[in-house]
Design a protein around this ligand. Structure first.
Ligand code: AMP
Ligand code: ZN
Ligand code: FE
Ligand code: FE
Length: 300
């Protein structure tokens, strides 16, 4: 799959990005165009709980000469109510159990946003469900960023970050949790669908409570392949802890941008993964083909 000899420089690999099929601001094709312009060789599109952006991203990746890794960032929640995001690389998006589970989460997310709009309207915020949905891509996985954008358009906040910091973040007055399957079940579902599970930003404590190492032991026994250590929401201590735990458990270590277009500050390739890790991950994935060039692009 990989032509290491032909790569004069180490390839630039970013395994976590979002389009407007969830809470990113660009179309899947534009995410890939931006990735190409940013000098990436390999990009994974990992929208929340949905694979609907893959086809468009695939077409553009072929055009611009990028290896596209089809992925999904799957919402999970532990028994203690802690939110976990599980990246799934190369799962079969038609796997019935997996698809059904994600569809349930997507419906819950839509309902949760309706409830949040109701709460906000009762308190005088000028947000409307119809206006918010009109600005979202039809069928997009809805999340707090869509609500934050509506609040920004209504003039309540300057940007998404401000809306999260003041009222939508964990522990803030209009925060509501997402109901989602247990991460152990999700890891097993991803494996059953031929995918490779990597836990996203495992120690991002700014976002809320994080899981104990014991949970990651349990996830490893269930089939977890890796931990995303290099991520903007991890400080040095969190990155180091993730690397040490990965070494203890025999997990792969990734780094990625979690790019959301203009929806967040995160810049493509601000954190990256190594070629060795990419190869090891891709060898474990059998549920869907690699897309775009289908192999590492060769540089002129
Ligand atoms: P939700 O999945 O609806 O709970 O919303 C969480 C998502 O919001 C995360 O996956 C991020 O993409 C995004 N997010 C979290 N914090 C912020 C922030 N401060 N500014 C913009 N987006 C954020
Ligand atoms: Zn997101
Ligand atoms: Fe995430
Ligand atoms: Fe993400």
């Amino acid at each position: 799959m990989v032509y290491r000899e032909q790569m004069a420089l180490a390839p630039v690999i970013d395994l976590h990005t979002h389009s407007n099929h969830s809470d990113g601001t660009q179309s899947p094709g534009d995410v890939v165009r931006s990735a190409s312009q940013a000098g990436l060789d390999v990009v994974a599109l990992t929208d929340h709980d949905v694979a609907s952006g893959w086809a468009e991203a695939d077409a553009v990746a072929s055009e611009v000469g990028l290896l596209l890794v089809p992925g999904i960032e799957v919402s999970c929640k532990t028994a203690l109510g802690i939110s976990v995001h599980m990246l799934a690389y190369r799962p079969d998006p038609l796997s019935a159990a997996f698809l059904g589970s994600m569809e349930q989460v997507r419906e819950f997310r839509a309902d949760r946003l309706r409830r949040q709009v109701d709460l906000l309207r009762k308190d005088g915020f000028r947000v409307e469900l119809a206006e918010m949905l009109a600005h979202a891509q039809p069928g997009a996985t809805l999340g707090r960023p869509h609500l934050a954008d509506a609040l920004v358009r209504a003039g309540h906040f300057a940007n998404r970050d401000e809306a999260f910091a003041q009222i939508l973040g964990a522990g803030k007055p209009y925060y509501l949790p997402v109901d989602a399957p247990d991460p152990v079940d999700v890891v097993q579902m991803i494996r059953a669908a031929g995918g490779v599970p990597v836990m996203a930003h495992p120690f991002a404590s700014l976002r809320g409570r994080v899981v104990s190492d014991a949970v990651i032991h349990e996830l490893t026994e269930a089939g977890l392949a890796g931990l995303e250590a290099d991520h903007r929401d991890h400080d040095e201590a969190a990155r180091k802890h993730a690397r040490q735990l990965a070494a203890t458990l025999g997990l792969l270590v990734t780094g990625s941008s979690d790019y959301h277009g203009t929806g967040k500050l995160n810049a493509l390739a601000e954190n990256t993964s190594s070629l060795e890790v990419l190869e090891a991950l891709m060898q474990q994935g059998t549920g869907s083909p690699l897309m775009g060039t289908g192999a590492l692009p060769t540089r002129a």
